[in-house]
Ligand binder design. Structure first.
Ligand SMILES: [Ca+2]
Length: 504
């Protein structure tokens, strides 16, 4: 970052020399030395930093500048141009203006499109510790591998720690260095444009003791979206840990973007969607319409869900939901048994206070497990369409459905079946100005991507705040009985949030 700023200053100074101080005598030698400094900064950057798109733009500008003046000196330099005729002078002014524009745009683009940002500080009373571990479920074959082997899971943990135990320690990096290029590939941006994500510090400290303030802590389990990253909602998970929850993040192997196992093996996303004929595609839209329309009755919505369940496109995904639900249940079993979990967590988990939450397909997983497993006390589905058993089983624990307000992916009617059939307190929370992917850290990555519509018009930091407030308040209320006014309809602090609630 420092070098980028130095480089930007050096390039700007070159521009200043060209544009402003036309007749000054000190110019020639100043240019020579400042070009030398620019070259040194470039060299320093290449030695210290890895190559990235952000730097590439500045480097290209700097090099073209150096080459331009190198050539100019070679061809007679200042005097010849100063004496030149009017067209040549106009050409030169045009060139300077173009070059200035190029520099300004070049300096703004990397900072604007993918600015370096800091993860917000979690605002709870605890520091945050982190660890990870692997589980091997010998009762299930890994269906993605040809051999008869067992399903293996990587689990990350964020937990409450004491401030004195992190003194003098370095926090973990936000993402492993392998992640950014994979995400860039999914997003369709140049492969190095997100590399800075691996340089950002998280707020979590590896392996520090669990806080001894309480004897044990409530447990939350998080699931990412289909083809997503386990660390895609790090900000939210850190926040929950800082408020006294032990948060287990499941990486659903082969259907996450990637899993980097401890032995260095990497399992990449491998799901293959079925190839549908045109008529099979055509069958889907009216079913979605029927499911999501506010005009459909509950029986019509249930019929649409049944037909979608039987459609080839959703049958494969239903198998995944079973796998993800089983991943979650297996983790819950192991958290109870405490044989396979990191020793620092043993005795620290209050499994009688257990919540599930997830984004998109991971949210559907939370809803499915909340239906099937009586150990779950509360759950949240963040903008995932609720498939699985929600058509024929009723939710009996508090649950929150969160929605974006984009028309094409989801709306707040899509999970009406479980919402209307719920037997316990259930919320429908829609955040205006959001699209599906705003329900993740990604909403903070780039204001530019909000402007061009990849993300909703909501400001990223506001979205993080809303997500944090609602998820934390929901679990605090329904797991710990901490009262909240957050779900009061018409709360002036949350005017962009629409809330419906049942069985309150
Ligand atoms: Ca296998």
């Amino acid at each position: 970052m420092l070098i980028e700023i130095l480089l930007a200053i050096a390039v700007s100074f070159q521009f200043f020399l060209t544009f402003v101080s036309q007749e000054k005598k000190w110019k020639q030698s100043t240019r020579k030395y400042s070009l030398l400094i620019l070259g040194l900064i470039l060299l320093m950057n290449l030695l210290i930093n890895s190559f990235s798109l952000r730097m590439a733009i500045l480097i290209i500008i700097s090099l073209s500048y150096m080459i331009y003046f190198g050539l100019k000196r070679g061809s007679g330099g200042q005097k010849q141009i100063a004496k030149s005729s009017l067209p040549r002078r106009s050409l030169k002014i045009f060139g300077i203006l173009l070059f200035g524009l190029f520099i300004i745009v070049g300096m703004l683009v990397p900072f604007y499109v993918f600015p370096i940002f800091e993860l917000p500080d979690p605002n709870g009373q605890y520091a945050v510790g982190t660890t990870s571990f692997e589980l091997i479920d010998n009762t299930r074959d890994e269906s993605y591998t040809p051999e008869n082997d067992s399903r293996k899971l990587l689990i990350k943990v964020l937990y409450p720690a004491d401030a004195e135990d992190i003194v003098g320690k370095e926090p973990m990096k936000y993402w492993p260095e392998e992640y950014p290029s994979v995400l860039a590939g999914y997003a369709g941006v140049p492969p190095t444009s997100l590399d800075h994500l691996a340089d950002i510090d998280s707020n979590a400290y590896q392996g520090v003791p669990v806080s001894d303030e309480k004897s044990s802590y409530p447990v939350l389990i998080y699931s990412h979206g289909f083809s997503g990253f386990d660390m895609g909602n790090t900000i939210l998970c850190e926040l929950l840990a800082s408020h006294g929850y032990v948060v287990f993040i499941i990486n659903h192997t082969y259907e996450s973007a990637m899993t980097i196992f401890e032995d260095g093996n990497i399992a990449r996303y491998s799901y293959e969607f079925p190839e549908l004929s045109e008529s099979e595609w055509d069958e889907l839209d009216p079913l979605y319409d029927q499911l999501m329309s506010s005009n459909s009755t509950l029986p019509e919505k249930k019929a649409a869900l049944t037909d979608l369940d039987n459609h080839i496109y959703w049958r494969g995904l239903q198998n995944s939901l079973v796998t993800w639900a089983n991943d979650t249940v297996y983790l819950m079993d192991q958290l109870e048994l405490q044989n396979e979990i990191p020793s620092l967590l043993v005795g620290k988990l209050d499994m009688s206070t257990l919540g599930l939450f997830g984004f998109s397909w991971g949210g559907a997983t939370s809803g499915e497990v909340a239906l099937l497993d009586s150990r779950v006390d509360a759950g949240i589905n963040m903008d995932g369409i609720q498939f699985g058993h929600s058509n024929d089983l009723n939710l009996t624990v508090p649950f929150m459905y969160m929605y974006s307000d984009s028309e094409y992916y989801s709306n707040d009617n899509m999970n009406d079946v479980p919402f209307l059939q719920a037997e316990n307190t259930t919320y429908s929370v829609t955040i205006e100005g959001t699209v599906h992917q705003d329900y993740s850290d990604y909403t903070l990555f780039s204001p530019f991507l909000h402007d061009i519509g990849w993300f909703g018009p909501i400001e990223g930091s506001r979205m993080i705040e809303l997500m944090s407030d609602f998820v934390l308040s929901f679990f605090n209320l329904h797991l710990l009985e901490v009262p909240t006014t957050l779900f009061t309809v018409g709360n002036p602090d949350y005017t962009e949030v629409m809330i419906e609630q049942r069985n309150v």
